[in-house]
Design a protein around this ligand. Structure first.
Ligand SMILES: [Zn+2]
Length: 263
């Protein structure tokens, strides 16, 4: 049985409220032994905490997502600092920049992102980054915080941008979009990334794979992302599973499945 880590989910999302136990069991049955839960706004941190505490192998991160900009206020950065100290999550996030949605003020997004990069350095935690049409600016800001490690989830940039992120200690992560044949650039990119340079994710309930278009995504479908990556690279899925699980364990400092940690 392959041991997989879904490096980015929103398993606390309301769309799982009716069948979270079953979705969790399906994920375990598909080999997904850990998930890193990404937060969106301070209002929802308590629910994320409760969901993560309810199942083995669910690891929380806390942060202020750029798409939820209207919900944030400067005081939430202070509250985030308290949560990091008290809860000791595995990461800060989801944070970052979204230049695709026109109604999100870029300067305000940058303030919250920089605030979270600063906290990442202070608390020595990795960052979970959302970068939509904004990878260059993300690279520029992360460079100002040398030593801060992390991931860009659902990476959709170029090979050159991926290389620049890897040089900074930021791993790209790939999910459902890769499974669509029209994603030629992404599918070309995944063939050549070093084995220690990427992770797998579902971004559940968003970004379903090509086998489930328009449906709610769930962590169990990570196996389809794995199969796609293995096929594109022409290797055994086990090789990709071992490497990407290792990469996620290292980045988030997760315990081995065989020796459960404090979570
Ligand atoms: Zn997300």
């Amino acid at each position: 049985m392959l041991a997989l880590i879904d490096s980015h989910t929103h398993f606390d999302d309301i769309s799982f409220d009716a069948d979270r136990d079953e979705a969790y069991q399906r994920a375990r049955a598909a080999g997904v032994e850990a998930q890193v839960l990404a937060a969106v706004s301070a209002r929802l941190w308590p629910k994320l905490k409760a969901v993560a505490a309810s199942y083995p192998g669910l690891y929380p991160s806390y942060g202020l997502h750029p798409v939820w900009l209207a919900e944030h206020c400067p005081e939430h950065l202070d509250r985030l600092a308290d949560w990091l100290t008290q809860e000791r999550p595995v990461a800060i996030g989801e944070c970052g920049l979204d230049y695709y949605l026109a109604d999100l003020d870029p300067d305000l997004q940058t303030e919250y992102f920089v605030g979270q990069l600063r906290l990442a350095r202070q608390h020595d935690l990795p960052v979970v980054i959302h970068a939509r049409h904004a990878v260059d600016h993300v690279v520029k800001l992360v460079r100002r915080f040398a030593g801060v490690r992390g991931m860009v989830h659902s990476f959709s940039g170029s090979a050159d941008q991926a290389r620049r992120l890897l040089d900074l200690g930021i791993l790209p992560s790939f999910g459902g979009p890769l499974t669509y044949p029209r994603a030629t650039r992404l599918r070309g990119l995944i063939r050549y990334l070093p084995l220690d340079g990427f992770m797998l994710e579902t971004d559940s309930p968003d970004q379903p794979t090509s086998a489930h278009p328009g449906q709610r995504n769930e962590p169990a479908f990570l196996a389809e992302v794995l199969a796609c990556v293995a096929e594109l690279r022409g290797v055994d899925p086990a090789e990709i599973a071992v490497a990407t699980t290792d990469n996620a364990r290292r980045l988030f400092d997760l315990p081995d499945a065989a020796s459960p940690g404090p979570h």
